[in-house]
Design a protein around this ligand. Sequence first.
Ligand SMILES: [Zn+2]
Length: 78
Amino acid sequence: MRDAGVILAPCGPSTLVGRCPFHDDHAPSLWLYPDSGLWGCNRPDCRGAGVHDVINFRALTKRISNRAAIGQLTDEFL
Ligand SMILES: [Zn+2]
């Protein structure tokens, strides 16, 4: 998420929050549980709404398929 320009700040013991890169966010709507890597946006009409994982984040930011995102992440981290 840092690579995508998202600045995260702690919000409680196990949650980070930041401005969502998928809509014009003026308040921190994006949440992330770093332990599980799950994240989402609190704005219901946002592409980031719901519960997502790191593969979905790559796919949404790069506008690629989940399969392509898996390939990129595999190349970078394995
Ligand atoms: Zn959003």
